[in-house]
Design a protein around this ligand. Structure first.
Ligand code: SF4
Length: 251
């Protein structure tokens, strides 16, 4: 079996990376879970042919703003095959992006729904649906080379990151460090609206710019149904990060 640490560094384009990723079977527990969910299905989606594979990032390869989540949902991205598509988290995130002019439509339902992200890309530190939305530290670390390579390939245009939730925040810093940015010690603490600017590492190419990283509560139902994360709070962080990345918004 080929491992991400062997395959990901060989990808020369984001599209190639996305394609290679969908064949990954490096985490036995997650492979079993994603395929079990695809076989058993949720009753409401009984007529769906579930994706049941790793879910690649979604959005243009030359995006300026990268939004980093946690992992696909068993009946969301693992069903539709597209990140933040077909579940409540995607509904909330895409509506907020559309509200500020960074998504072509306010809904994200299925892969052929014509949604376009405008200067924005979604990704995650873990690309397969985990039981109870909780990947293990070992699974997170096994999946990291995909994110490292994605960050490296996006370096020419990448202007800012938004990280949704504490898991993604913890997972991100080793990846950005491996992709060429210097991470302060101690690491910045996660919080909603927190911003930290990572300078290029001394060994990085001279062309690499500092990377602003923004924390945002995750768009999970647990946060959005309880009001811990309101649409206005989400729009606020996304708009600030978009401006830092050099994108024009309607906010
Ligand atoms: Fe591969 Fe990542 Fe899925 Fe593990 S979580 S099987 S490393 S794509």
């Amino acid at each position: 079996m080929q491992l991400p640490e062997d395959v990901a560094p060989a990808a020369s384009t984001v599209a190639g990376l996305d394609e290679a990723l969908t064949h990954c079977r490096a985490c036995p527990r997650l492979v079993a879970w994603r395929e079990e969910a695809a076989r058993v299905k949720r009753a409401a989606f009984a007529d769906w042919d579930y994706w049941g594979r790793p879910v690649a990032g979604f959005g243009p390869a030359d995006a300026r703003l990268l939004i980093v989540g946690l992992a696909p949902a068993a009946h969301g991205g693992n069903r539709t095959g597209r990140m933040f598509t077909g579940d409540r988290s995607g509904d909330v995130l895409v509506r907020a992006l559309h509200d500020i002019g960074l998504a072509s439509q306010p809904t994200s339902v299925r892969r052929d729904d014509c949604l376009e992200l405008l200067g924005v890309r979604f990704t995650a530190p873990v690309h397969c649906a985990p039981p109870a939305n909780k990947p293990t530290p070992a699974e997170r670390d096994t999946c990291r080379p995909w994110l490292v390579r994605e960050l490296q390939l996006m370096r020419p245009t990448l202007g800012a990151l938004v990280v949704l939730g504490a898991f993604g925040w913890q997972a991100l810093f080793p990846a950005v460090a491996a992709a060429g940015w210097a991470v302060p010690r101690p690491r910045p603490v996660f919080g909603h609206g927190v911003r930290t600017d990572l300078p290029p590492a001394p060994s990085a190419p001279a062309s690499l710019r500092a990377l602003p990283v923004f924390g945002c509560f995750h768009v999970s139902q647990q946060n959005t149904f309880t009001g811990r994360l309101t649409p206005a709070m989400l729009r606020g962080v996304l708009a600030e990060a978009a401006r830092a990345a050099g994108l024009t918004t309607t906010a």
